[in-house]
Design a protein around this ligand. Structure first.
Ligand SMILES: *Cc1c(COP(=O)(O)O)cnc(C)c1O
Ligand code: SF4
Length: 340
């Protein structure tokens, strides 16, 4: 057993800057195979799949994976597979057709009242099912205060009262950049909420250091953070502690998951996930059915299965622990519920 990250780990590594933990993530397929004792016969296909979408796993996430267990639900989220190379009809590079809803570079304004800043191309982990695996990130401006046209747009659109920071993962940005974006956003009187969509508190908890907590504390605007946890095994002691610190800074914590075949597609797992999230002060928000992105077809559970699972979940848990089952549809005014 690998025991997972502990509070002692957090303490011991506190002097190592988070950027070092990020740089230290496993990016080499052969190294992953060695560290986790995986079957060598799967290695050539994994190398091929990683050419299309590179492998990336932070070591704190790796510690929550049981070596030698090919079925580990955390491993399955990051493991490059031969199945990714198959061309499956209906699975495309841009399933959400996001190309058309960007009024200024770096901003997606699809839904009433909220706009999403594509703040960076980078992530701390590469999830194999990700709908952004083919995203044309080179279009995202990167130099100087590149978010200024975004702020001008928000000033001209007072009906937008919430700015979402997404990506990629916005927490891969240095504190100084985040401080710049938050300060400029807070100067727009019509904005009422800031929201981060991030997987980093879960996959690179070292990132939530004292400096970042200081940055979030006492902001003019309330901060919401939507985490992305798919399986209760991702919620170890270190992650729970990080959630407590974020809540201490006044952050409202929500979670979205993706329903993933072979990973969290059992009612017991989903119920445990909701309970673990609540224990850490996080409320379930959305359970997404998979976006039909090329290379991820092997993670799909169909709508009938999703609805049945969701119904079973609702029968087991109090309403506030049941995430809304949704799908993203191009052109829809918001996430589309599968339930009526
Ligand atoms: C998902 C998404 C949002 C947020 O939707 P909520 O229902 O408010 O969580 C906003 N903008 C874009 C472009 C999105 O994809
Ligand atoms: S955007 Fe989110 S789901 Fe996609 S690879 Fe990055 S962390 Fe994973």
């Amino acid at each position: 057993m690998n025991g997972g990250g502990t509070l002692a780990d957090t303490f011991v590594h506190a002097s190592v800057p988070w950027q070092r933990h990020l740089a230290d993530a496993v990016r080499d397929v052969d190294e992953l195979w060695r560290l986790l004792d995986l079957p060598v016969e799967d290695l050539p296909a994994a190398r091929e799949a990683a050419k299309q979408f590179p492998l990336m796993v932070p070591r704190s996430y790796l510690r929550r994976i049981t070596p030698g267990n090919r079925q580990d639900p955390l491993l399955a989220q990051v493991l490059p597979l031969a199945a990714e190379l198959e061309d499956v009809p209906g699975f495309t590079a841009d399933p959400l057709a996001e190309g058309g809803c960007s009024p200024v570079p770096g901003l997606l304004h699809k839904y009433q009242g909220r706009a999403l800043l594509v703040s960076t191309a980078a992530c701390a982990i590469h999830c194999r099912y990700c709908f952004r695996r083919h995203y044309p990130y080179q279009d995202v401006p990167r130099r100087g205060p590149w978010w200024e046209p975004v702020m001008a747009y928000l000033r001209a659109h007072p009906e937008v009262d919430e700015l979402l920071l997404s990506g990629g993962d916005p927490l891969t940005l240095p504190d100084a950049i985040l401080e710049g974006i938050l300060t400029d956003a807070e100067a727009i009187p019509t904005l009422r909420r800031l929201r981060f969509h991030t997987r980093i508190p879960v996959v690179l908890p070292e990132r939530i250091d004292a400096g970042f907590i200081r940055l979030l504390t006492s902001r003019r605007l309330p901060v919401v953070m939507v985490l992305h946890v798919n399986h209760p095994q991702e919620m170890d002691a270190q992650v729970t502690e990080v959630c407590a610190r974020l809540r201490g800074a006044g952050v409202t914590l929500l979670n979205q998951s993706v329903l993933l075949k072979g990973i969290n597609d059992e009612v017991g797992v989903l119920a445990d996930l909701s309970r673990s999230l609540f224990d850490a002060g996080v409320l379930p928000y959305y359970l997404h059915v998979l976006d039909r992105v090329a290379g991820a077809a092997h993670f799909l559970r169909d709508d009938t299965d999703a609805l049945r699972l969701h119904g079973e979940l609702a029968a087991r848990l109090p309403g506030y622990l049941v995430p809304r089952l949704v799908r993203e549809e191009p052109g829809a005014p918001g996430k589309t519920p599968l339930t009526d």
